[in-house]
Structures are given as structure tokens and as C-alpha cells.
Design a protein around this ligand. Structure first.
Ligand SMILES: NC(=O)c1ccc[n+]([C@@H]2O[C@H](COP(=O)([O-])OP(=O)(O)OC[C@H]3O[C@@H](n4cnc5c(N)ncnc54)[C@H](O)[C@@H]3O)[C@@H](O)[C@H]2O)c1
Length: 337
């Protein structure tokens, strides 16, 4: 279906992530970005004009008219499953932003359709394409750390996203912590039990939305190892996402937010530059993620992060939310889907 070794791609949703994906796609070898879609017509037209592609206000029409090989879905989470299904029915491969969905049984049904349609589905956990995290994964796989005893990961935003985004996000576990649950599974293995502590500390808006702005989740892995995932929407100083893995032979730390390597020493003060947001922190990971997806579309391999990974991360979110609500540690198996 792909033509001449390049992928005809469309991007659905042109907010913070979709615009980034569209610009990356336009600059990616082996990708022909042909169209973008967003119900906000002015936004669709402006991004389309910038990148020299067709504008649509409906993904349905874009997929129907543009003979796409692949689609990037960067819309709010409640729209992900219908758009993945729309693409699957037309034999169009999908790179879908996280979370795949908030609804486990519905996601499982969509994955069955994806399987039957034979399309490739990659989930947008771009952290797996961060160069430092990939090096860490290789070191663990090569046995350099020995057995892993502890995993710690952080995710901190300087300021929260807008209210509309928060309202559709499914809450902080599904929107933020999910990245770290996926990293934990990838680097250390399956998670069997979680215990969450979460709070609203910055703004009653989170309470109003039934959400939280700070959360810590303790993990127990199938291997017996322990983990801690810590997240904050309101860190103020900038963006940070780092990891520490403690193993029997070595411990590795990936600092998560420092920008550049220059320290400035002034009388009474040493300073260094810090990343401002996730787009800066994971700037190089997004094109690598897209490139990995293109490899799968053009070749025989399966996506590094498939639908089953998307569903597994969702299950951990559901257990983390249940633990927060009940005040009890919760087994992931108790989620029931
Ligand atoms: N991987 C990451 O680092 C990362 C970071 C932020 C957000 N995300 C995810 O990306 C997705 C989008 O987040 P965002 O921050 O770009 O949101 P956003 O609110 O900035 O943008 C969403 C866009 O989707 C459009 N849209 C809504 N319904 C649509 C539909 N049916 N068809 C086409 N377009 C539609 C909206 O008009 C808007 O322009 C979410 O799933 C979010 O969780 C991922």
C-alpha cells in the first residue's frame, strides 16, 4: 500500500501535540505529510498552509479522500478509539497518542478490530524513544545492573494545562503517571500491585474536576522489585522527568530536566539552565518515535509499543485510581479487564 518507500501520512488533532507531530512529519524522510484535520477550521487551515498540505475539519473525510497509509491521532483521549477504528476499517496504520482510552473493555474490542484489520498500531509513549532511557534499557538488558531492586521515576510540569484539556484527560493518573507506568513495565517488568497517595494542593479546580495535582504511586513488580512514581502538575520551576534504577551491581540515574551542560558561577550563586516543558525535554524523542513508526509501516516489524502495551498501562492507571479512592494498596489483576 505504501508508495515508493514513503508513507502518506495525515495528522488528526492540531493542538500542542498534533502540531508538533505534523511539523516533525513534514521534516521526516520517508514521510509524505499530505493532510491535517481539526474541527477548528482556522487551526486546520493555518497548520495546513504552514506545511503546504490539505486541510480538513473532519478526520473521516481526510481518511476517505487522501488515500493515507498512516494516521497520527493526537486528539483528546475520548476520541482515540473511534479514530483508531475508523483508520483500521480503511487499512490505515495508526500512531495514537496516549492514553489509548480510559475504557478498558472498549479498548480491548478496538484492539481486536485492529488485529483483524491487520494494521499496525503504535501508542505514543515517546519516553521509550528518549536516548538516555534507551541506553538505560540496553544496560539493564545486558545485565550491567544485575538484578533490579528499585525503580524511581519523576514527571513534573511547571504549570498545569488548560481546564478543557484537564476535563478530557481522565485525570492525572491517566494523563501523566501513565507515561511512568509504561516506562516501569518496559525497564523492569510487569507491575502487580500499586499503592497511591494523591492530593489537590494548588488549586480547587482539580477538586472540582475530580482530579489531583500531585501524586505518588508505590509499585510492586512481578519480580519482587519495588518502585516509586512521583508526579506534580505544579512544580513551578520547569519540566523534569528523570529515572533512577538501583540494581545489585550498579545504580543508574538519568537526570530529567537540565538543559545544556554549562554551570554559571557568580558571587554567591551557581546557576544552570533548566527545561521549560515536555516539548523541550522530549524534543528529540518525538521524531525518533515517528521514525520507529515509519520503520514498522514500511517494514515487517511490529511497533515497539503496541496496543497490548497501551492496554497494560491503562490497567495500572485503573488500579492506581482505585488505590487512591479506597486508601488501600490494589492488585493490578483486580482491575478485571
Ligand atoms: N506524549 C506526550 O508527550 C503528550 C503530551 C501532551 C499530550 N499528549 C496527548 O496528546 C493528545 C492531544 O493532547 P494535546 O495536548 O495536543 O491537546 P490539545 O487540547 O492541545 O489539542 C487537541 C486538538 O484536537 C482537536 N480535536 C478534538 N476532537 C477532534 C476530532 N474528533 N478530530 C480531530 N481533531 C479533534 C482539538 O480541536 C484540538 O485542536 C492527548 O491524548 C494527550 O494525552 C501526549
Amino acid at each position: 500500500m505504501t508508495r515508493g518507500g514513503s508513507v502518506r501520512l495525515g495528522v488528526a488533532g492540531l493542538g500542542r501535540m498534533g502540531v508538533r507531530h505534523a511539523r516533525n512529519a513534514a521534516a521526516t524522510r520517508r514521510v509524505e505529510l499530505v493532510a491535517v484535520a481539526d474541527p477548528d477550521e482556522a487551526r486546520a487551515r493555518s497548520v495546513a498552509a504552514e506545511l503546504g498540505v490539505a486541510a480538513h475539519t473532519s478526520v473521516d473525510r481526510m481518511v476517505g479522500q487522501e488515500q493515507l497509509d498512516a494516521l497520527v491521532v493526537a486528539t483528546p483521549p475520548p476520541t482515540h478509539l473511534p479514530l483508531v477504528e475508523l483508520a483500521a476499517r480503511q487499512g490505515v496504520h495508526v500512531l495514537c497518542e496516549k492514553p489509548l482510552s480510559h475504557d478498558g473493555p472498549a479498548a480491548a474490542a478496538t484492539l481486536a478490530l485492529v488485529e483483524t484489520a491487520g494494521i499496525k498500531l503504535q501508542i505514543g509513549f515517546q519516553m521509550r524513544f528518549d536516548a538516555d532511557f534507551m541506553e538505560l534499557a540496553e544496560m539493564i538488558a545486558a545485565g550491567r545492573l544485575g538484578r533490579v531492586f528499585q525503580f524511581r521515576a519523576s514527571l513534573r510540569d511547571a504549570t498545569p494545562p488548560p481546564r478543557d484539556y484537564l476535563a478530557a484527560s481522565g485525570g492525572y493518573f491517566w494523563d501523566g503517571a501513565i507515561h511512568l507506568f509504561d516506562l516501569a513495565r518496559w525497564l523492569v517488568g510487569e507491575i502487580v500491585e500499586v499503592a497511591s497517595f494523591a492530593a489537590v494542593l494548588s488549586d480547587p479546580l482539580f477538586e472540582e474536576l475530580g482530579d489531583v495535582d500531585n501524586a505518588m504511586v508505590v509499585l510492586r513488580f512481578d519480580s519482587g522489585a519495588l518502585g516509586l512514581v512521583e508526579t506534580s502538575r505544579v512544580a513551578g520551576y520547569g519540566f523534569e522527568s528523570g529515572i533512577e534504577i538501583l540494581g545489585e551491581r550498579a545504580t543508574c540515574r538519568v537526570p530529567g530536566g537540565r538543559a545544556g551542560g554549562v554551570d554559571v558561577y557568580e558571587p554567591g550563586e551557581v546557576s544552570s539552565r533548566h527545561m521549560v516543558d515536555f516539548l523541550e525535554r522530549f524534543g528529540p524523542a518525538y521524531p525518533r518515535e515517528l521514525d520507529g513508526f515509519v520503520d514498522c509501516v514500511l517494514g515487517d516489524e511490529s511497533p515497539r509499543i503496541g496496543g497490548a502495551d497501551g492496554l497494560a498501562a491503562m490497567r495500572i492507571c485503573a488500579a492506581a485510581v482505585a488505590s487512591h479512592r479506597t486508601g488501600r494498596s490494589t492488585s493490578v489483576a483486580s482491575v478485571g479487564w
